[in-house]
Design a protein around this ligand. Structure first.
Ligand SMILES: [Zn+2]
Ligand SMILES: [Zn+2]
Length: 349
């Protein structure tokens, strides 16, 4: 097992409004891959740990390295692994148990003891990837072509979430699709749905800036749900869309999905946030609408890496700002302001 140790700097969330880029020890052994992190993307959960000291039900009980969207370069790899020092890799932040019923049925994303990097779900918390170095398992490392910039590959994890949602939605060839909420995940769902053959892609968002981004990422048209006239034409005749992806998590938006969906259509809930909503059950029933949840991803991580690598998806319009890790607090504050930011990146160099 040969315990090893390296000291480096990492972005640690200590408590609400208390994040520090500070020195810490990384302990690892010969079964681990040591990755020099190059670039990371700030996600909603990172913002929540900073702003509220918690993300959903996961509460910070002790300092934790944040970040679950990151890529890097292999610094040391186990001798028996196929990974080589110097190789560029996207790191999958999921560590499912691989023994439980969900894992054995191929649904590792639903693993009841999933150790997800940068998550305070369990105590001790699972440290994330916003660190000069991380020690991970070989299976978490997906090599990619080193000619592709790290700031593109840093979208592997959110794109995996988007591709999983598209897969949950079913075959999209020729389908009319609505995406509600054009943040980074909503926009990546648009791009993935377009890439998967959807014929019409409408994005709904209250922010004009987000609608503009949605257009750049593949929306064929956009609507502001507050504009009755725009919304009504998609709600009349029992609804228009074959598949609706709800990526905002806002209660009013969730309730509206039933009116937008045509009879026998599908609603995929991706956005977190609203715990419970007023649900139009009878309308859903008489239209035989299927409501499906979509959580994280399984094999879609490797698919996302390939799609970014071959240019099938170009996430660059979503990059709003890039900060050095020493300015992690500024980066989190910038990412919090949804009027100016889609994805904020941290460049570890
Ligand atoms: Zn994320
Ligand atoms: Zn499991």
């Amino acid at each position: 097992m040969n315990g090893k140790k390296i000291t480096c700097n990492a972005c640690m969330a200590h408590a609400e409004k208390d994040v520090r880029f500070e020195s810490r020890d990384i302990e690892y052994d010969t079964t681990h891959v040591l990755v020099k992190v190059t670039c990371g993307g700030i996600c909603g959960s990172d913002i929540h740990y900073y702003q509220h000291g918690r993300a959903g039900l996961s509460v910070l009980k002790h300092p934790m390295v944040i970040g679950h969207e990151f890529v890097g370069v292999v610094s040391e790899a186990p001798e028996e692994s196929s990974l080589k020092s110097g190789q560029t890799v996207a790191v999958n932040p999921s560590c499912p148990c691989n023994h439980c019923e969900q894992c054995l049925s191929g649904k590792q994303n639903l693993c009841s003891t999933m150790r997800f990097m940068g998550s305070a779900q369990f105590v001790p918390h699972i440290n994330g990837g916003f660190s000069d170095y991380v020690a991970v398992k070989p299976v978490q490392c997906i090599p990619y072509d080193s000619r592709i910039p790290a700031n593109i590959m840093a979208f592997s994890e959110p794109l995996a979430v988007a591709i999983h949602a598209v897969n949950v939605g079913g075959p999209l060839t020729g389908k009319k699709v609505l995406v509600i909420g054009a943040g980074p995940i909503g926009c990546l769902i648009l791009a993935a749905a377009r890439s998967s053959g959807a014929s019409e892609l409408v994005a709904s968002d209250l922010s004009a800036r987000s609608r503009e981004l949605a257009q750049q990422m593949g929306a064929t048209s956009t609507i502001d749900a507050r504009e009755e006239v725009q919304a009504r034409c998609y709600k009349q005749n029992k609804g228009y869309f074959d598949v609706v992806f709800e990526a905002s998590g806002a209660a009013a938006a969730i309730t509206s999905t039933v009116d937008f969906t045509r009879p026998a259509g599908v609603i995929v809930q991706v956005g977190m946030g609203a715990g419970s909503v007023d649900w139009p059950m009878s309308t859903m029933l008489v239209k035989e609408i299927s409501l499906r949840g979509s959580f994280r991803f399984v094999d879609e991580f490797a698919v996302a890496v390939r799609w970014l690598e071959d240019g099938r998806i170009d996430p660059r319009p979503l990059i709003s700002a890039t900060f050095p890790p020493a300015q992690i607090e500024q980066a989190l504050l910038t990412a919090t302001d949804k009027n100016v930011s889609a994805k904020v990146l941290v460049n570890f160099g």
